[in-house]
Every structure is written in C-alpha cells, then in structure tokens.
Design a protein around this ligand. Structure first.
Ligand SMILES: Cc1cc2nc3c(=O)[nH]c(=O)nc-3n(C[C@H](O)[C@H](O)[C@H](O)COP(=O)(O)O)c2cc1C
Length: 330
C-alpha cells in the first residue's frame, strides 16, 4: 500500500475514508465492524438538539424558567446527564474509545445555540476525538433574511470554540444565497473542518394512494458532483480541512474529491448498500490508482484539479448549457 495518510478536522488519519454519521455507528458492534473494515475514523449517529433540550429542561429548567436569557447559565452549569438517550451516547463514546484505535467523532444536529453546548462538554469528557455539528434549519420563515440565518452559524462557532478544546467540524447544507462566501468565511472562523455537504431526507408523493411519503434515503453514485464543484472552488483559499460528503460510492469519486482539494471523504450510503467491505475495496482501488499514476502519497495529488490550480478556472463557474451542448446527440 502507498502512504494513504491524510487529515480529518486536522486530526491525522491513516487513510481518507471516514464513516459519516448514521445508524451504522450507533452500536459498539457496528463500530468494531467498520473499524475492522478499514475505516480511518467514525462519526457516531447524531444526538439531536431537541433531545438535549428536553433533558436540560427536565434537569434544571424548573429552577430557572425556560427563557433565552438563561443560555449563558446553561453553558457553565455542569448538569448531570439523566436522560437515557444522552447517557447512552456518553457510554457509546467511552466504549468505542476502548474498543477501537481510530478517532471517534461525536455528532450533534442543531439549528441554534442552546443547551446542547453543555452536553458537548460531556462528549469531550467522555473522550470523543472531535465533534461534528450538523447545523441546519429549513429557512421557511419568509421574513427572515439570509444574513440573519448565516449569523446563527457564526454565533454557534464562536461559542463552541470558546468552550471546547477538541476539534470542531461543521457539516453544511448547500443551501445558502452565497454559498462560496459562507464556506470561505466559516473555514476561517477557527473551526477545524467543513463537511460539504449534508444530504437531507425529502418528501415525495405516492400518487396511487394520495399519500405523502419519505423520499429516497440513500444517495446515488452520481450525486457527488455538487460537492465536487464547491470543494474545487473553495479548497485553495480554505482555512481548514474540507471533507467531501454525499454520493461517494467508489474510489473514483474519492480520488476526484481529493484532487479537488478535500483532505478526506465521508461515506454512508455505499456502506448501507454494499456492506462495510466496500471500504477495503475502495482503499485497494485507490492504492492501485496511485501505483498506476505514479504517486506515493495523498498530498502529492491533493488539490491538483482545484479551481485554484486550474489553467481554465471559468469551467467551474459554468452552469448553463450552451448551444454547443444542446446539440449533443444521444
Ligand atoms: C440512514 C441514514 C441515517 C443518517 N443519519 C444521520 C445523522 O444522524 N446525522 C447526520 O449528520 N447525518 C446523517 N445522515 C446523513 C449522512 O451522514 C450523509 O451526510 C449523507 O447520507 C450523504 O452521504 P452518502 O451519500 O455517503 O450517504 C444519515 C444518512 C442515512 C442514509
């Protein structure tokens, strides 16, 4: 094997494949299996802000009343975790750290800065190597301006970085008015990595039974292209590690992301669809590609095809089909 070492949220990892947050890593059995299959790091299933909020309300809410003015107090209040979900999460981190020798990353889904920051302390104490924050709130309020929504991200980063010493990564959705600007500014905000991008559940219709149903759960093998474009555009000026996520299902998509300037990739759907063995297969093929292309380490080709390194940077900004393409014959 060539040297596959790289980084994830600034942490050194043995190869570029990180298992993204999902039910795959919600038990010790699952975590051991993924580690044995060759994963370089594992992001645990997320805990949701709502779960932490419910716990905090139960534990200390009665003393305070639940208005926003108490948020600073929550930051410093060392409450005992009593909720079963959260207790289990802390135990999962401890046990995972004892069971495998790769970085274990905790994950919190949140849409605001609130009580969950106190719980993040517990995660740090339990031994998590880093924390990934999946921040998103569907901006359906028509009176809320883009700038107000973006500000929430920066407020969260500032407060979390003040209080935690482990690396912090932010998993972003691609839905911003000026996505490139938000990626650039967040990457220089003191965080250790940006995961581009999260993929959401969607709604769909069953038109035979007039029902609203959940859309497709897993990504497709060609869903990686939006992440590829934005990592290519952002990587040469980013202030932290960029991690590719969504649609990375074979070694080719992984190589492309590294060439675009990602330091590592997160994989979920491919493991659900093909089993943990897909990790080893992707690594073997990455190695074979490196031999074929005469490169000895990830750093040798990381960012080679980013917009910053390109002789033809305009191609990354082209989104409309020109007449030339419209004439394409099937
Ligand atoms: C079954 C399933 C469960 C997931 N659970 C979470 C979760 O708890 N937290 C999270 O941040 N992302 C979650 N995700 C999103 C994945 O981490 C990932 O961002 C997304 O699936 C895109 O990557 P992929 O194309 O490799 O699947 C989940 C995805 C799937 C398919």
């Amino acid at each position: 094997m060539r040297n596959l070492e790289t980084t994830y949220l600034g942490l050194p990892i043995k190869n570029p494949i990180v298992v993204g947050s999902s039910g795959l890593a919600s038990t010790i059995g699952g975590i051991k299996k993924l580690a044995k299959a060759g994963a370089a790091a594992i992001v645990l299933k997320s805990v949701f802000e709502e779960e932490i909020k419910a716990e905090a309300e139960q534990t200390i809410g009665q003393q305070l009343g639940m208005d926003d003015n108490n948020l600073e107090f929550y930051d410093y209040y060392d409450y005992q975790v009593k909720n079963e979900v959260l207790e289990n999460y802390v135990s999962l981190i401890r046990e995972a750290k004892e069971s495998v020798d790769i970085p274990i990353i905790a994950s919190i889904n949140c849409s605001s800065y609130s009580e969950w920051v106190s719980f993040a302390h517990k995660i740090e104490e339990a031994g998590a190597d880093a924390i990934e924050l999946n921040i998103f709130k569907l901006p359906f309020g028509i009176k809320e301006e883009a700038g107000e929504i973006e500000k929430v991200y920066f407020d969260i980063v500032r407060k979390v970085k003040e209080r935690l010493s482990i690396p912090v990564g932010i998993k972003l959705a691609p839905y911003f008015t000026n996505l490139g600007n938000v990626i650039h500014r967040l990457s220089h905000s003191g965080i250790n990595g940006l995961i581009l991008f999260n993929r959401f559940t969607s709604v769909d219709y069953d038109i035979e039974n007039d029902q609203v149903i959940t859309g497709k759960v897993y990504s497709n093998a060609d869903d990686y292209v939006n992440s590829l474009r934005w990592i290519s555009i952002a990587s040469s000026q980013a202030g932290c590690d960029l991690v590719a996520s969504t649609g990375i299902q074979d070694y080719r998509a992984m190589v492309k992301m590294l060439m675009a300037g990602a330091s590592s990739v997160e994989v979920v759907s491919a493991i659900y669809k093909e089993g943990a063995e897909v990790i080893g297969a992707m690594l073997k093929e990455l190695d074979a590609w490196m031999v074929r292309r005469g490169v000895n380490s990830i750093n040798e080709f990381k960012g080679r095809l980013s917009q910053g390194a390109s002789a033809n940077p305009e191609v990354f900004e082209r989104v409309q089909f020109m007449r030339y393409f419209s004439g394409h014959k099937h």
